[in-house]
Design a protein around this ligand. Structure first.
Ligand SMILES: Nc1ncnc2c1ncn2[C@@H]1O[C@H](COP(=O)(O)OP(=O)(O)OP(=O)(O)O)[C@@H](O)[C@H]1O
Ligand SMILES: [Mg+2]
Length: 254
């Protein structure tokens, strides 16, 4: 894996309050890196700065060596999936995926439908293709949101708690599907979650933020086995210890 995205010395204040303090990290091509930390620690702010919806006070961001710090969001080839699946309510499922393909990637109608159907098949939504978003369950809507973003083949997809509104069973299914999609398409992903188990299940590496700084950025196993400090130990322990057994069946790196 090679270094793909880089954030260098990012500092951000809101109303004189320090949110992120000289944060630096890299994301490797094809990896899924989760970002976790207490509510209000700056996870969403960091994602918004990565995609260009928010500006840092200081620091630079690079994508494949190109300085993208001052680039408009539309000029960065990145996608973002939020908790509240923003689908086109007046289009059916197939069109929700096919339309952006035509519009943004400028491919023919026939080809856009073909690609959309392939993606729908990957998340088992072929039978739902004629339905409108209002007729879908929360999990189905979020699947559409994810493949619609994936279809555009962004360099990186950012996720901001995309599954936090879903119930536990659907979440587990969707987590496995997302991991499979990510492996199959080698898409680089940054995934914000408040759910340590979810981060553990999905990630190649996990970043833990607190007090404006990265407390640890490491593999899930290392975060758990070799926590960098007391904060990390306490943050992950409470969440995972009793779940280790159930995770072992699905996570190869445990
Ligand atoms: N536009 C804004 N104006 C002022 N303060 C903001 C703004 N956006 C975020 N903040 C503040 O910055 C801090 C970080 O917010 P952020 O949304 O990034 O946290 P978070 O880690 O995503 O939290 P959560 O887990 O609750 O989603 C918070 O104290 C928040 O109140
Ligand atoms: Mg947030």
């Amino acid at each position: 894996m090679s270094e793909f995205f880089e954030a260098r010395n990012i500092t951000k204040h809101f109303n004189k309050k320090l949110i992120l303090n000289d944060v630096s990290f890299t994301v490797n091509k094809g990896e899924l890196m989760s970002i976790i930390g207490p509510s209000g620690c700056g996870k969403t702010t960091l994602l918004r700065m990565m995609i260009g919806l928010e500006t840092a006070d200081s620091g630079r961001m690079y994508l494949e060596g190109q300085d993208i710090t001052d680039l408009h969001p539309s000029k960065r080839n990145m996608g973002i999936v939020f908790q509240n699946y923003s689908l086109f309510e007046n289009m059916n499922v197939l069109e929700n995926v096919a339309y952006p393909l035509r519009n943004k990637r400028k491919i023919s109608k026939e080809e856009s439908v073909k690609q959309a159907l392939e993606l729908l098949e990957m998340v088992k939504l072929t039978d739902e293709q004629k339905k409108y978003p209002a007729q879908l369950s929360g999990g189905q809507r979020q699947r559409v949101a994810i493949i619609r973003t994936l279809a555009l083949q962004p360099d990186i997809i950012l996720f901001d708690e995309p599954m936090s509104a879903l119930d536990a069973n659907i979440r587990l299914t969707l987590q496995k599907e997302l991991k499979a999609l990510q492996k199959r398409t080698h898409t680089t992903m940054c995934y914000v979650t408040h759910d340590v188990e979810e981060a553990y299940l999905l990630s190649d590496r996990i970043m833990i933020i607190d007090e404006g700084v990265i407390q640890q950025l490491d593999t899930p196993t290392n975060i758990f086995v070799n926590p960098a400090n007391d904060f990390v130990r306490e943050f992950v322990n409470g969440h995972i210890l009793d779940k280790m057994e159930s995770l072992e069946s699905v996570v190869p790196h445990v």
